[in-house]
Each structure stands twice: as C-alpha cells, then as structure tokens.
Design a binder for this molecule. Structure first.
Ligand code: AR6
Length: 185
C-alpha cells in the first residue's frame, strides 16, 4: 500500500472512496462536507436522509463511519465519518484515530483499492493539523498491520491519499510523514 500527500480539492479525486468530515446529523455543513455535497449533487443529501430514517435515527456517532454512493463525484463512494469537536471538549485522540480506522474498514468492506482522506477535525472542529497528521498516519499504519483488516487479510487497498486544502496543512502533513514514513508494505 502506498501513501500520497496531495495539495488540492478532495472532490476532484478519481479514487474509489473519498472520506467526508461530516457531523452527526449527516445532513451537510460547511468546509469539506459542504464541498462534497455540492459536487455530489442533491442525491447525496437524499441518501443521507435515508440513512437517518433507517439505520441511524440518532445520527452518526463521533468516530464511526458509514458509506453512501458518490453520485456525481468521480469517486464511486463517500464514506462519512464524524471527527471529534475540540470546541465541544472532544480532545481524545482515540476518537480521531477511530475515524480513520472505521473509514478504512468500511472502505475495504466495499472492496476499495484507493481511499482519499481530508484532514478530519482540522477545520471547524479546531484540532491542530500536526496532531491530526500524527494520529492519521498512526491509524493507517495500525490498520495496515492488523491481521484481520490489513495486508495479511488480503485487503484490496493499494493507495491511501491525504488531500489537503491549504499549502500550510499540506506542508504539515508532509513534515509529519517524513518524520515517521513507514513501513507501509
Ligand atoms: N478538499 C479537501 N479538504 C478540504 C476541502 C476540500 N474541498 N474543503 C475544506 N477542506 P472541516 P472538521 C479542509 O471544517 O474540522 C462541517 O461543517 C479544511 O481546510 O471541513 O472535521 C461539518 O458538517 C480542513 O483542513 O471539517 C462539521 O459540522 C479540513 O478539510 C464540521 O464542519 C477539515 O475541515 C466538521 O469539522
């Protein structure tokens, strides 16, 4: 499995899965969530409403993940996860690690070979980008080395991208990655 760190707009990525930094309502918001809903079209909101009416009447818990189709996006699927909100006192890195881990589980359950992540919780939810990068790389590494989900289980995953919207966050992710690069394969 390869890790790429890119500067850009996650809604343009031609991968199997893009991950959305959503909120528990799943009914849209600002930041990357708003951008994904705009690019996917109104069918995405309708799919999220259906999830709320069926399996998630109380919304998606922090650290959990759920999939919808990507509709008008180049990506085939969107995996929605809810990061911890530092402004609401959610400061436990295990919650953030769970977002990455659960998203990868859902993605590989769909047979995804490529997954793109944004910097979950590093925007409106107020986490420091460096801490998000550290947690993200650790979580991907643990996922990949776990016997039940990772390489040893015959996981189809070939590529994990981190797609960062600002130059600054991209530089932070690159520096953090270089500080702890592997092993990934
Ligand atoms: N592509 C990639 N990254 C992006 C994009 C994009 N198109 N747009 C923004 N980012 P945020 P959070 C970056 O605030 O902190 C929403 O209202 C952004 O610069 O989107 O988890 C939800 O509904 C930042 O680095 O997510 C929730 O209510 C990163 O994505 C709440 O915000 C995450 O910022 C979630 O807050």
């Amino acid at each position: 499995m390869r890790i790429d760190i890119l500067h850009g707009d996650i809604t343009t990525r031609p991968v199997d899965v893009i991950v959305n930094a959503a909120n528990s309502s799943l009914l849209g918001g600002g930041g990357v969530d708003g951008a994904i809903h705009r690019a996917a079209g109104p069918e995405l909101l309708e799919a999220c409403r259906r999830l709320r009416r069926s399996e998630l009447p109380d919304g998606l818990p922090v650290g959990a993940a759920v999939a919808t189709p990507g509709f008008r996006l180049p990506a085939r699927w969107v995996v929605h996860t809810v990061g911890p909100n530092r402004h609401a006192g959610q400061t436990d890195p295990a919650l953030l690690a769970s977002c990455f881990n659960e998203s990868l589980k859902v993605a590989t359950g769909l047979g995804a070979r490529s997954v793109a992540f944004p910097a979950i919780s590093a925007g409106i939810y107020g986490w420091d980008a460096r801490q998000v990068a550290e947690v993200a790389f650790d979580a991907v590494r643990s996922f990949w080395s776990s016997p039940s989900a990772g390489a040893a289980s015959g996981s189809p995953l070939e590529l994990v991208e981190f797609v960062l919207f600002s130059e600054e966050t991209t530089a932070v992710f690159r520096a953090e990655f270089e500080a702890s690069p592997g092993p990934w394969t």
